[in-house]
Ligand binder design. Structure first.
Ligand SMILES: [Zn+2]
Length: 352
């Protein structure tokens, strides 16, 4: 690979992110997508705070570093995986396809430096999503794959050859012992997905929990596309109940600390407070008066006003603190608003 590949990787990631955002933009702009994008017309956003950025990636597009002792993490600045070197081989945690073959390169590099085996013998799945384990099949058939029982069910129905079903499953708890090392896997209920698992390294002061809290960044679009919003709001409390110093969140270029997680919880709580206040303050009457029998138009405009009321102060407070607060706070506020309305019943009115 040429030194340009890191640049290419970055532009590829930028393109992927743009593609992921397209449906929402298309629906808002009413089909303005027919025009090719141009840097002159695309919106500007606040600069990313340096505190949100991690170490630079190498010429091949990855960074590998020690978390603690023989536990390492790998990132391409957008996705993260981790691995543990042991006397009997390597245990890999997730295999994001965006890191792909760089996973084995990173393992080879560390194994060579430390004179230990570079053979991946076990692969632990955090959850079934393709963007985190779609590189699984690169490790062949001689690897023991481990995942929560619902990961197995979901992967069996998704039938993606890139993501073989786990060989070993657990319902609520599993202790993995490999080469004298120990890792505790646990399921504490549904959150981001039904199968998302807590991966605790008791001898390395580390917790890995993917797609819940992305250190120093706001969540991805619409609250990380979390399937269970109340479960995802509660997950950081469960995470904080574990002893750890280092946090692996599965995304972006840096690890997290406990202080980072407290900051993230404050951000979510501020959105919940804003939504609760907005539901009590924004009057729906003008929207329904204007749109008459077009109930969707009235709902869309009313809820957009609620989102603007709730998210405005939060964006202002967290700009420069959490990266991309101006990009995704509104869509996350909408997801949380709908959960506050539908799961918690706030703002529900019973017809007289
Ligand atoms: Zn996911």
């Amino acid at each position: 690979m040429s030194p340009n590949s890191a640049l290419n990787r970055r532009s590829f990631l930028a393109r992927s992110a743009a593609i992921a955002a397209v449906p929402a933009v298309a629906s808002l702009a009413g089909g303005a997508l027919a025009e090719p994008a141009s840097a002159d017309t695309l919106p500007d956003y606040a600069p990313i705070p340096p505190s949100a950025l991690g170490p630079a990636v190498n010429a091949q597009g990855y960074f590998v570093g020690r978390v603690e002792k023989n536990l390492y993490w790998v990132t391409d600045s957008a996705y993260q995986a981790a691995f543990l070197t042991t006397r009997d081989g390597v245990v890999l945690f997730d295999a994001p396809p965006s890191i792909g073959h760089n996973l084995q390169r990173a393992i080879d590099q560390i194994a060579a430096e430390n004179g230990v085996s570079n053979q991946v013998t076990h692969l632990v799945y955090s959850h079934h999503h393709a963007d985190h384990i779609g590189g699984s099949s690169l490790f062949g058939t001689d690897v023991v794959r481990i995942g929560q029982v619902q990961a197995k069910q979901l992967l069996a129905s998704e039938n993606d050859p890139a993501r073989p079903v786990p060989d070993v499953t657990f319902e609520t708890k599993h202790t993995l012992n490999v080469g004298g090392e120990r890792v505790n896997l646990a399921w504490h209920g549904t959150n981001h997905t039904p199968d998302n698992s807590y991966i605790h390294f008791p001898d390395h002061d580390t917790l890995m929990l993917v797609d819940i809290f992305l250190p120093r960044w706001v969540p991805f679009d619409s609250f990380n596309l979390n399937e269970d919003v109340p479960g995802s709001i509660a997950a950081p409390d469960t995470a904080m109940a574990y002893p750890w110093k280092h946090f692996i969140g599965g995304h972006m270029g840096r690890l997290g600390t406990r202080a980072d997680m407290v900051l993230y919880q404050q951000y979510v709580n501020d959105i919940i407070d804003g939504v609760t206040k907005a539901l009590a303050t924004v009057d729906p009457t003008p929207y329904f008066a204007k749109y008459g029998n077009n109930v969707w138009a009235a709902s869309q405009q009313y809820l957009a006003a609620v989102v603007a009321y709730a998210s405005g102060p939060v964006i202002k407070k967290y700009l420069g603190v959490l990266a991309a607060a101006d990009v995704y706070t509104a869509s996350t506020t909408f997801a949380i608003l709908e959960s506050v309305r539908l799961d918690l019943g706030v703002g529900s009115q019973v017809h007289a």
